[in-house]
Design a protein around this ligand. Sequence first.
Ligand code: ADP
Ligand code: MG
Length: 336
Amino acid sequence: MRKAGVVLAMVLLVAGCGAGCRESSDVHRRTQYLMGTVVTITVAGVGGDDADRAMNAAFEEIRRLEGILTFFSESSDLGRINAAAGERPVGVSAETIEVLTEARRISDASGGAFDATIGPLVSLWGFEVKERFVPPKEEIERARMLVDWRKMAVDPERRTVRLDRKGMKVDLGGIAKGYAADRAAEVLRQHGVSRALVAVAGDIRAIGEKSPGVPWHVGIQHPRDPGTVLGSLRIADRSVSTSGDYERYFIEDDVRYHHILDPATGRSAAASRSATVLAPTTILSDALSTAAFVLGPEKGIALVRSVPGAEAVIVDREGRVHVTPGLAGKVEGLAS
Ligand code: ADP
Ligand code: MG
């Protein structure tokens, strides 16, 4: 519930339309619960019927991708890859090859801070279940030894994926929502839409501008003040993703345990409160925001600067805000 509230607050901010503001009648917005989260699509510049058709098809595409990429099904591509770990290569869809290839690229670039083979640690910590506790050290160590993107073989020709060791598990929680936002945006375009915003929770893709000369306005959630924004960005034909420690977490002995894990320690990454990344695609902004979050302000900003077209806003563990030079002065409302 809490997460949905936060996300809805964000979506309202995304609309750039506060109290007293009335949106023009050619802006259409719909929300569905998909991929375990709130997906909101906003379409502008087309009539209601066309907008409906386009949005239906886009939601359908996200539902289809969820079926392929979910961690929580034995018959999904991911379920089959994980079940065959240490045994054999598994034939998968082109979509899975595409996501895993991008995941490997970001793993390489981030020195493993982003690692799609994080599954054993995600399962151990169990941020999806209600009963939360810090697992014993030995179990964290055992799971950590199974996390290594270099032991995941992705073969685009044969369209197969193989995990080297039994017990390894791929989890795409840090990249699949971004990919889905890109694909949904593509579907909207195929339906003749040239102005839209697709928000899969905090992974957002903008198509065109909201109206001629008016970019989309996206708020960055304040990591410690639910429902308020840290600052906001204007985007057109671009993507933005935020990874934060404030959505799925518990606190024990004054330590905040949350769902973004540092593969180097097997524990929740502690260098940042949130990382927001702008990039040409959402698959990239999503994976980079997770990587930048884990790396923290110095290395995270350096990573994002090394990627063409990418920019970042990182809130460090003390609440200090770091931005890439390309964004200096461009985050609106940011207290300096
Ligand atoms: P959110 O899911 O809240 O949008 P992220 O995009 O940062 O946030 O993804 C976090 C999810 O990614 C976790 O729930 C988990 O499934 C997975 N994950 C956690 N740590 C890592 C990591 N170091 N590298 C790749 N994926 C991760
Ligand atoms: Mg991410």
